[in-house]
Design a protein around this ligand. Structure first.
Ligand code: TRP
Length: 333
């Protein structure tokens, strides 16, 4: 429309390295859903990033499709947003190579996630793990994104993305939009139910620490009932009460209740009652998502149609940026 302001571009991606967890949902995907009307949203399944850690082929194929369907079930509307699979769009691998040559060994060595991951996978510190932030920078810069919602653990990767883009633009003129990363305020940071000082993660050694959005109601209830808390038995938010703080944050995220209201509602009640209430609220919140997922996976053809369509559009948009960058560098194109 003529005088409708052009919507800003939002880009974000998630690794399909297993099923979507409650942490992925409340921390990221739910915000992606909310941004769909206000922004022109581009989302990707970052499957190229997952092979920095060894994957089992059949499981990886399943994870990708499951994650795609789960995220659609969460409310990503393929009519409104572009939702594609990174490896299907060759610009990502191309741009990663180009940007590798504009990124310094020293700056990649300072990435805390690289240091953490190489400590965790000491037997496979591959070059891809080292250049992971460059692939991510390419993801973002290819679409000239204005805004990039990420978790707090990705902040450093956004900073390096901006550094690389500025460096490149400094050499060749305005090729890339400098993106703005932000950590959504209403995005709950969900911690493990078994070790609430650590982020909820599918690689949690204790399976009870992590809730998957497709877990059955019984499993969800069991995990919440076993959640680690403290010995105080008084539902209130306070420094050091990591377990209760985490449960309050999850409960607030799925019910919309403020911490104050939750404290009032659970005045004089024990942790057992509270854990049951949180479990039930999560089950209810996930019910429509699970129903939609079960509906979607009945028609694999439809899911494929959705990503093929998005892949094609993403290729068109991203190829423009690749061509522009290559031309500026001096390639014959
Ligand atoms: N590295 C991100 C994560 O693990 C996923 C990701 C890949 C991403 N490419 C991106 C996030 C681009 C934002 C923008 O969470």
């Amino acid at each position: 429309m003529e005088n409708e302001k052009k919507k800003e571009i939002v880009f974000s991606a998630i690794q399909p390295s297993g099923t979507i967890t409650l942490g992925n949902y409340l921390g990221a995907v739910r915000n992606w859903v909310k941004m769909q009307d206000e922004y022109s949203c581009i989302y990707a399944l970052a499957d190229l990033h997952t092979i920095t850690v060894r994957q089992e082929p059949a499981q990886m194929r399943k994870n990708i499709i499951d994650a795609y369907a789960s995220i659609m079930a969460c409310g990503i509307d393929v009519e409104k947003s572009l939702f594609f699979i990174q490896s299907h769009v060759k610009s990502h691998a191309e741009m990663a190579w180009i940007l590798n040559c504009y990124t310094q060994f020293g700056e990649l060595s300072r990435m805390t996630q690289f240091k953490d991951k190489s400590a965790k996978h000491a037997d496979n510190i591959n070059a891809g793990l080292f250049t992971y932030p460059v692939l991510m920078a390419g993801d973002i810069l290819l679409y000239q994104a204005d805004k990039v919602p990420v978790g707090a653990d990705q902040k450093q990767h956004i900073e390096i993305t901006c550094d690389i883009a500025r460096r490149f633009n400094g050499l060749y003129g305005n090729v890339f939009k400098i993106p703005e990363g932000f950590i959504p305020k209403n995005g709950a940071r969900v911690m493990s139910l078994q070790d609430p000082t650590r982020k909820m993660s599918k690689s949690d050694e204790n399976a009870n620490g992590c809730v998957h959005i497709l877990d059955t109601p019984e499993t969800i209830m069991r995990k919440f009932k076993r959640a680690i808390t403290d010995s105080e038995a008084h539902v209130h938010y306070a420094e050091g009460k990591d377990g209760i703080n985490n449960l309050m944050s999850i409960y607030s995220a799925v019910t919309g209740l403020s911490y104050e209201q939750i404290e009032k509602d659970f005045e004089g009640k024990g942790y057992g009652d509270f854990k049951t209430a949180v479990g039930e609220a999560v089950v209810e919140h996930l019910r429509p998502i699970q129903e939609r997922y079960n509906q979607l996976v009945k028609d694999k053809g439809y899911i494929e149609e959705c990503y093929r369509k998005a892949d094609e559009i993403a290729l068109k948009i991203s190829s423009r940026t690749v061509n522009k960058a290559m031309k500026k560098i001096g390639f014959v194109i």
